[in-house]
Design a protein around this ligand. Structure first.
Ligand code: OSB
Ligand code: MG
Length: 368
Protein backbone atom coordinates (compact mmCIF):
# COMPACT_ATOMS: atom_id res chain seq x y z
CA UNK A 1 0.00 0.00 0.00
CA UNK A 2 1.04 3.54 -0.70
CA UNK A 3 -0.58 6.43 1.14
CA UNK A 4 -0.66 9.48 -1.10
CA UNK A 5 -2.13 12.17 1.10
CA UNK A 6 -3.98 12.81 4.32
CA UNK A 7 -6.78 15.00 5.63
CA UNK A 8 -6.48 16.23 9.21
CA UNK A 9 -9.69 17.54 10.73
CA UNK A 10 -10.30 19.12 14.09
CA UNK A 11 -13.85 18.44 15.30
CA UNK A 12 -15.89 19.74 18.20
CA UNK A 13 -18.71 17.48 19.29
CA UNK A 14 -21.10 18.38 22.14
CA UNK A 15 -21.57 15.50 24.62
CA UNK A 16 -25.15 14.60 25.60
CA UNK A 17 -24.10 14.29 29.25
CA UNK A 18 -21.83 16.13 31.65
CA UNK A 19 -18.94 13.74 32.29
CA UNK A 20 -17.18 14.35 35.60
CA UNK A 21 -14.09 12.40 36.60
CA UNK A 22 -11.41 12.93 39.25
CA UNK A 23 -9.53 15.07 36.73
CA UNK A 24 -12.34 17.39 35.63
CA UNK A 25 -15.64 17.91 33.83
CA UNK A 26 -16.19 17.35 30.12
CA UNK A 27 -19.19 18.64 28.18
CA UNK A 28 -17.76 18.29 24.67
CA UNK A 29 -14.97 16.47 22.86
CA UNK A 30 -12.33 18.07 20.69
CA UNK A 31 -11.32 15.35 18.26
CA UNK A 32 -8.45 15.04 15.80
CA UNK A 33 -9.71 12.95 12.88
CA UNK A 34 -7.19 11.64 10.37
CA UNK A 35 -8.16 10.32 6.93
CA UNK A 36 -5.54 8.65 4.75
CA UNK A 37 -5.96 8.52 0.98
CA UNK A 38 -4.37 5.58 -0.85
CA UNK A 39 -5.06 4.30 -4.38
CA UNK A 40 -8.85 4.43 -4.42
CA UNK A 41 -9.27 3.68 -0.69
CA UNK A 42 -9.66 5.86 2.37
CA UNK A 43 -8.93 4.91 5.96
CA UNK A 44 -9.68 6.74 9.19
CA UNK A 45 -8.13 7.13 12.61
CA UNK A 46 -9.38 9.12 15.60
CA UNK A 47 -7.15 10.69 18.23
CA UNK A 48 -8.11 10.38 21.89
CA UNK A 49 -5.78 13.05 23.23
CA UNK A 50 -7.53 15.93 24.99
CA UNK A 51 -6.92 19.66 24.76
CA UNK A 52 -5.05 19.60 28.09
CA UNK A 53 -2.57 16.98 29.37
CA UNK A 54 -4.76 15.76 32.24
CA UNK A 55 -5.28 12.05 31.44
CA UNK A 56 -1.81 11.50 29.95
CA UNK A 57 0.75 14.02 28.64
CA UNK A 58 -0.34 14.32 25.03
CA UNK A 59 -2.62 17.10 23.76
CA UNK A 60 -4.59 17.79 20.59
CA UNK A 61 -2.08 20.52 19.70
CA UNK A 62 0.98 18.30 20.20
CA UNK A 63 -0.58 15.54 18.13
CA UNK A 64 -1.69 17.87 15.35
CA UNK A 65 1.82 19.28 15.09
CA UNK A 66 3.53 15.88 15.13
CA UNK A 67 1.17 14.30 12.62
CA UNK A 68 1.29 17.21 10.19
CA UNK A 69 4.97 18.15 10.38
CA UNK A 70 6.77 14.99 11.49
CA UNK A 71 4.89 11.67 11.25
CA UNK A 72 2.89 12.04 8.04
CA UNK A 73 5.91 13.33 6.03
CA UNK A 74 7.77 10.12 6.95
CA UNK A 75 4.93 7.90 5.76
CA UNK A 76 3.31 9.64 2.77
CA UNK A 77 4.49 8.35 -0.60
CA UNK A 78 6.30 5.33 0.90
CA UNK A 79 5.35 1.82 -0.13
CA UNK A 80 4.24 -0.16 2.92
CA UNK A 81 4.06 -3.94 3.03
CA UNK A 82 1.59 -3.80 5.92
CA UNK A 83 0.54 -1.47 8.74
CA UNK A 84 3.31 -3.08 10.83
CA UNK A 85 5.75 -0.87 8.88
CA UNK A 86 4.42 2.24 10.66
CA UNK A 87 6.13 1.28 13.90
CA UNK A 88 9.56 1.24 12.24
CA UNK A 89 8.99 4.49 10.36
CA UNK A 90 8.07 6.28 13.61
CA UNK A 91 10.64 4.49 15.79
CA UNK A 92 13.06 7.45 15.97
CA UNK A 93 10.43 9.39 17.90
CA UNK A 94 9.81 8.67 21.53
CA UNK A 95 6.47 8.43 23.23
CA UNK A 96 3.52 10.31 21.74
CA UNK A 97 1.68 7.05 21.32
CA UNK A 98 -1.73 8.70 20.95
CA UNK A 99 -0.53 10.71 17.94
CA UNK A 100 1.21 7.64 16.48
CA UNK A 101 -1.93 5.57 17.04
CA UNK A 102 -4.13 7.87 14.94
CA UNK A 103 -1.82 7.22 11.97
CA UNK A 104 -1.27 3.54 12.69
CA UNK A 105 -4.97 2.81 13.10
CA UNK A 106 -5.92 4.75 9.96
CA UNK A 107 -3.33 2.67 8.09
CA UNK A 108 -4.97 -0.57 9.32
CA UNK A 109 -8.31 0.73 8.04
CA UNK A 110 -6.80 1.55 4.62
CA UNK A 111 -5.12 -1.87 4.46
CA UNK A 112 -8.22 -3.84 5.46
CA UNK A 113 -10.38 -1.90 3.00
CA UNK A 114 -7.86 -2.45 0.20
CA UNK A 115 -8.11 -6.20 0.89
CA UNK A 116 -11.90 -5.95 1.21
CA UNK A 117 -11.97 -7.61 4.66
CA UNK A 118 -13.22 -6.48 8.08
CA UNK A 119 -10.36 -5.20 10.26
CA UNK A 120 -11.18 -7.81 12.89
CA UNK A 121 -10.07 -10.60 10.53
CA UNK A 122 -6.58 -9.08 10.22
CA UNK A 123 -6.19 -8.51 13.97
CA UNK A 124 -7.24 -12.02 14.99
CA UNK A 125 -10.73 -11.20 16.23
CA UNK A 126 -13.01 -14.14 16.90
CA UNK A 127 -16.29 -12.69 18.22
CA UNK A 128 -19.04 -11.14 16.11
CA UNK A 129 -20.19 -8.98 19.03
CA UNK A 130 -18.42 -7.77 22.15
CA UNK A 131 -19.72 -7.57 25.73
CA UNK A 132 -20.11 -4.02 26.98
CA UNK A 133 -20.73 -2.01 30.13
CA UNK A 134 -20.88 1.72 30.82
CA UNK A 135 -18.63 4.24 32.52
CA UNK A 136 -20.72 6.66 34.59
CA UNK A 137 -19.39 10.04 35.67
CA UNK A 138 -19.58 11.56 39.13
CA UNK A 139 -23.17 12.65 39.95
CA UNK A 140 -24.53 15.29 42.32
CA UNK A 141 -25.64 12.83 45.01
CA UNK A 142 -26.21 9.15 45.81
CA UNK A 143 -29.83 9.20 44.66
CA UNK A 144 -28.88 10.51 41.22
CA UNK A 145 -26.16 7.86 41.03
CA UNK A 146 -28.49 4.98 41.89
CA UNK A 147 -31.08 6.28 39.37
CA UNK A 148 -28.50 6.52 36.62
CA UNK A 149 -27.19 3.05 37.36
CA UNK A 150 -30.74 1.68 37.27
CA UNK A 151 -31.40 3.19 33.83
CA UNK A 152 -28.27 1.61 32.40
CA UNK A 153 -28.84 -1.77 34.05
CA UNK A 154 -32.30 -1.76 32.43
CA UNK A 155 -30.67 -1.20 29.04
CA UNK A 156 -28.79 -4.46 29.50
CA UNK A 157 -25.26 -3.22 30.14
CA UNK A 158 -23.22 -6.04 31.65
CA UNK A 159 -21.09 -4.00 34.05
CA UNK A 160 -21.37 -0.59 35.65
CA UNK A 161 -18.23 1.44 36.29
CA UNK A 162 -18.46 4.43 38.61
CA UNK A 163 -15.97 7.26 38.52
CA UNK A 164 -14.65 8.07 41.99
CA UNK A 165 -12.48 10.75 43.56
CA UNK A 166 -11.44 11.59 47.13
CA UNK A 167 -14.63 12.65 48.91
CA UNK A 168 -16.83 10.77 46.40
CA UNK A 169 -16.03 7.12 46.80
CA UNK A 170 -17.12 4.75 49.57
CA UNK A 171 -20.54 6.33 50.23
CA UNK A 172 -21.94 6.35 46.66
CA UNK A 173 -20.33 3.00 45.85
CA UNK A 174 -21.96 1.39 48.90
CA UNK A 175 -25.31 2.99 48.00
CA UNK A 176 -25.19 1.41 44.52
CA UNK A 177 -24.14 -1.96 45.96
CA UNK A 178 -27.08 -1.90 48.39
CA UNK A 179 -29.53 -1.15 45.60
CA UNK A 180 -28.01 -3.79 43.27
CA UNK A 181 -26.56 -6.67 45.32
CA UNK A 182 -25.67 -8.81 42.27
CA UNK A 183 -24.46 -6.13 39.87
CA UNK A 184 -21.01 -6.46 38.29
CA UNK A 185 -19.53 -3.19 39.54
CA UNK A 186 -16.17 -1.45 39.17
CA UNK A 187 -14.72 1.95 40.07
CA UNK A 188 -12.24 4.16 38.20
CA UNK A 189 -10.18 6.73 40.13
CA UNK A 190 -8.09 8.07 37.23
CA UNK A 191 -5.01 8.29 39.48
CA UNK A 192 -6.63 10.40 42.22
CA UNK A 193 -5.35 8.47 45.28
CA UNK A 194 -2.14 7.80 47.17
CA UNK A 195 -0.89 4.59 48.70
CA UNK A 196 -1.52 6.18 52.10
CA UNK A 197 -5.31 6.32 51.45
CA UNK A 198 -5.57 2.95 53.17
CA UNK A 199 -9.00 3.56 54.76
CA UNK A 200 -10.66 4.15 51.40
CA UNK A 201 -9.06 1.06 49.85
CA UNK A 202 -9.95 -1.13 52.83
CA UNK A 203 -13.59 0.01 52.59
CA UNK A 204 -13.77 -0.44 48.80
CA UNK A 205 -12.28 -3.90 49.26
CA UNK A 206 -15.45 -4.90 51.13
CA UNK A 207 -17.93 -3.85 48.42
CA UNK A 208 -17.37 -6.78 46.04
CA UNK A 209 -15.98 -4.86 43.10
CA UNK A 210 -14.82 -6.70 40.01
CA UNK A 211 -11.74 -4.45 40.04
CA UNK A 212 -10.50 -0.99 41.02
CA UNK A 213 -9.21 0.90 37.96
CA UNK A 214 -6.05 3.06 38.11
CA UNK A 215 -6.23 4.24 41.72
CA UNK A 216 -2.66 5.59 41.90
CA UNK A 217 -0.40 7.81 39.81
CA UNK A 218 -0.46 7.41 36.03
CA UNK A 219 3.26 6.58 35.93
CA UNK A 220 3.62 4.54 39.09
CA UNK A 221 3.56 0.74 38.71
CA UNK A 222 5.62 0.33 41.87
CA UNK A 223 2.98 1.68 44.25
CA UNK A 224 0.22 -0.17 42.40
CA UNK A 225 2.13 -3.39 43.16
CA UNK A 226 2.30 -2.43 46.85
CA UNK A 227 -1.42 -1.65 46.93
CA UNK A 228 -2.33 -4.87 45.12
CA UNK A 229 -0.50 -6.81 47.83
CA UNK A 230 -2.66 -5.09 50.48
CA UNK A 231 -6.15 -5.75 49.08
CA UNK A 232 -8.07 -8.70 47.64
CA UNK A 233 -9.92 -6.77 44.90
CA UNK A 234 -7.96 -6.91 41.62
CA UNK A 235 -6.44 -3.67 40.37
CA UNK A 236 -6.99 -2.78 36.71
CA UNK A 237 -4.40 -0.58 34.98
CA UNK A 238 -5.39 2.03 32.40
CA UNK A 239 -3.17 5.17 32.31
CA UNK A 240 -0.08 3.18 33.37
CA UNK A 241 -0.02 0.84 30.36
CA UNK A 242 1.27 2.30 27.10
CA UNK A 243 3.22 -0.67 25.71
CA UNK A 244 3.51 -4.45 25.86
CA UNK A 245 6.68 -3.91 27.94
CA UNK A 246 4.65 -1.91 30.46
CA UNK A 247 2.13 -4.75 30.55
CA UNK A 248 4.85 -7.36 31.11
CA UNK A 249 6.43 -5.37 33.95
CA UNK A 250 3.05 -4.69 35.53
CA UNK A 251 2.02 -8.34 35.47
CA UNK A 252 5.43 -9.68 36.55
CA UNK A 253 5.50 -7.36 39.55
CA UNK A 254 1.85 -7.83 40.47
CA UNK A 255 0.90 -4.18 39.89
CA UNK A 256 -2.48 -5.30 38.57
CA UNK A 257 -4.55 -8.33 37.59
CA UNK A 258 -6.66 -6.78 34.80
CA UNK A 259 -5.76 -4.41 31.93
CA UNK A 260 -7.91 -1.79 30.23
CA UNK A 261 -6.64 -1.60 26.63
CA UNK A 262 -7.26 1.51 24.55
CA UNK A 263 -5.46 1.08 21.23
CA UNK A 264 -5.40 4.86 20.71
CA UNK A 265 -3.48 5.24 24.00
CA UNK A 266 -0.95 2.50 23.21
CA UNK A 267 0.31 3.42 19.73
CA UNK A 268 -2.37 1.49 17.87
CA UNK A 269 -3.53 -2.00 17.00
CA UNK A 270 -0.15 -3.73 16.59
CA UNK A 271 1.00 -2.79 20.11
CA UNK A 272 -2.44 -3.69 21.50
CA UNK A 273 -2.22 -7.15 19.95
CA UNK A 274 1.19 -7.53 21.66
CA UNK A 275 -0.38 -6.49 24.99
CA UNK A 276 -3.07 -9.10 24.31
CA UNK A 277 -0.35 -11.76 23.93
CA UNK A 278 1.40 -10.72 27.17
CA UNK A 279 -1.88 -10.74 29.11
CA UNK A 280 -2.88 -14.12 27.67
CA UNK A 281 0.44 -15.64 28.71
CA UNK A 282 -0.23 -14.45 32.28
CA UNK A 283 -3.87 -15.55 32.21
CA UNK A 284 -4.88 -11.92 32.78
CA UNK A 285 -8.22 -10.69 31.37
CA UNK A 286 -8.46 -7.58 29.21
CA UNK A 287 -11.30 -5.25 28.41
CA UNK A 288 -11.71 -2.50 25.84
CA UNK A 289 -11.56 0.98 27.28
CA UNK A 290 -13.07 4.13 25.86
CA UNK A 291 -12.21 7.83 25.64
CA UNK A 292 -15.66 9.12 24.65
CA UNK A 293 -14.91 8.30 21.03
CA UNK A 294 -16.93 9.32 18.00
CA UNK A 295 -17.80 6.68 15.40
CA UNK A 296 -14.36 6.15 13.90
CA UNK A 297 -12.58 5.48 17.19
CA UNK A 298 -15.50 3.46 18.52
CA UNK A 299 -15.52 1.23 15.42
CA UNK A 300 -11.76 0.61 15.75
CA UNK A 301 -12.24 -0.32 19.41
CA UNK A 302 -15.04 -2.75 18.63
CA UNK A 303 -12.95 -4.60 16.03
CA UNK A 304 -10.00 -4.99 18.42
CA UNK A 305 -12.31 -6.02 21.28
CA UNK A 306 -13.36 -9.06 19.23
CA UNK A 307 -10.05 -10.77 20.15
CA UNK A 308 -10.55 -13.61 22.64
CA UNK A 309 -8.59 -12.04 25.53
CA UNK A 310 -11.11 -9.19 25.84
CA UNK A 311 -13.21 -11.27 28.17
CA UNK A 312 -14.57 -8.56 30.46
CA UNK A 313 -17.25 -6.05 29.35
CA UNK A 314 -15.72 -2.94 27.76
CA UNK A 315 -16.55 0.77 27.89
CA UNK A 316 -17.72 0.69 24.25
CA UNK A 317 -21.34 1.63 24.87
CA UNK A 318 -23.93 2.83 22.33
CA UNK A 319 -22.93 5.91 20.31
CA UNK A 320 -26.39 7.39 20.93
CA UNK A 321 -25.52 7.73 24.64
CA UNK A 322 -22.84 10.25 23.74
CA UNK A 323 -23.96 12.10 20.61
CA UNK A 324 -27.11 13.66 19.16
CA UNK A 325 -25.50 12.87 15.82
CA UNK A 326 -22.38 10.79 15.24
CA UNK A 327 -19.79 11.45 12.52
CA UNK A 328 -20.43 8.08 10.86
CA UNK A 329 -23.47 6.85 8.97
CA UNK A 330 -23.69 3.48 10.72
CA UNK A 331 -25.37 3.26 14.12
CA UNK A 332 -23.01 1.70 16.68
CA UNK A 333 -25.62 0.51 19.17
CA UNK A 334 -25.45 -2.20 21.83
CA UNK A 335 -28.34 -4.62 22.37
CA UNK A 336 -28.61 -6.53 25.61
CA UNK A 337 -25.06 -5.58 26.55
CA UNK A 338 -23.56 -6.80 23.27
CA UNK A 339 -22.06 -4.45 20.67
CA UNK A 340 -22.08 -5.99 17.18
CA UNK A 341 -18.82 -5.76 15.20
CA UNK A 342 -19.50 -3.75 12.01
CA UNK A 343 -19.38 -6.20 9.12
CA UNK A 344 -18.13 -4.08 6.20
CA UNK A 345 -14.53 -3.83 4.99
CA UNK A 346 -12.02 -2.05 7.23
CA UNK A 347 -13.62 -0.64 10.35
CA UNK A 348 -16.97 -0.94 8.57
CA UNK A 349 -18.15 2.64 9.00
CA UNK A 350 -18.30 5.59 6.58
CA UNK A 351 -18.05 9.30 7.36
CA UNK A 352 -21.27 11.30 7.45
CA UNK A 353 -20.14 14.33 5.45
CA UNK A 354 -23.23 16.27 6.40
CA UNK A 355 -22.55 15.99 10.14
CA UNK A 356 -18.82 16.49 9.60
CA UNK A 357 -19.41 19.77 7.80
CA UNK A 358 -21.21 21.03 10.91
CA UNK A 359 -18.72 19.88 13.54
CA UNK A 360 -15.43 20.57 11.74
CA UNK A 361 -13.57 23.52 13.24
CA UNK A 362 -10.71 23.35 10.73
CA UNK A 363 -9.19 20.93 8.26
CA UNK A 364 -6.11 20.67 6.13
CA UNK A 365 -4.63 18.44 3.46
CA UNK A 366 -1.15 16.99 3.98
CA UNK A 367 0.75 15.77 0.90
CA UNK A 368 4.04 13.97 0.36
O1 OSB B 1 -10.33 6.50 32.42
O2 OSB B 1 -11.42 5.20 31.19
C1 OSB B 1 -11.10 6.34 31.49
C2 OSB B 1 -13.08 8.87 29.42
C3 OSB B 1 -12.11 9.81 29.17
C4 OSB B 1 -10.86 9.64 29.71
C5 OSB B 1 -10.56 8.53 30.49
C6 OSB B 1 -11.53 7.56 30.72
C7 OSB B 1 -12.82 7.76 30.22
C8 OSB B 1 -13.93 6.86 30.49
C9 OSB B 1 -15.11 6.90 29.53
O3 OSB B 1 -14.02 6.15 31.46
C10 OSB B 1 -15.26 5.66 28.73
C11 OSB B 1 -16.22 5.89 27.60
O4 OSB B 1 -17.43 5.86 27.83
O5 OSB B 1 -15.76 6.10 26.45
MG1 MG C 1 -9.85 4.59 33.18
Amino acid sequence: IQIESATLRLLELPLKFRFETSFGVQTKRTILLLTLHADGVEGHGEGVMETLPIYREETVASAEYLLRDVFLPRVLGKTLTSPHDIEGLLAPFRGNRMAKAALEMATWDVYARSLGVPLKDLLGGTRSSVPVGVSLGIQKDEEATVDLVRRHVEQGYKRIKLKIKPGWDVVPVRAVREAFPNLTMTVDANSAYKLSDTRVFAALDEVGLDYIEQPLAYDDLHDHAKLQAMIATPLCLDESILTAHDARKALETGAGRVINVKPARCGGHAESVKIHAVASSHGVPLWMGGMLEAGVGRAHNIHLASLPGFSKPGDVSSASRYWEEDIVNEALEAQGGEMPVPSGAGIGVTLNEDVLSRVTVRHEEVRA
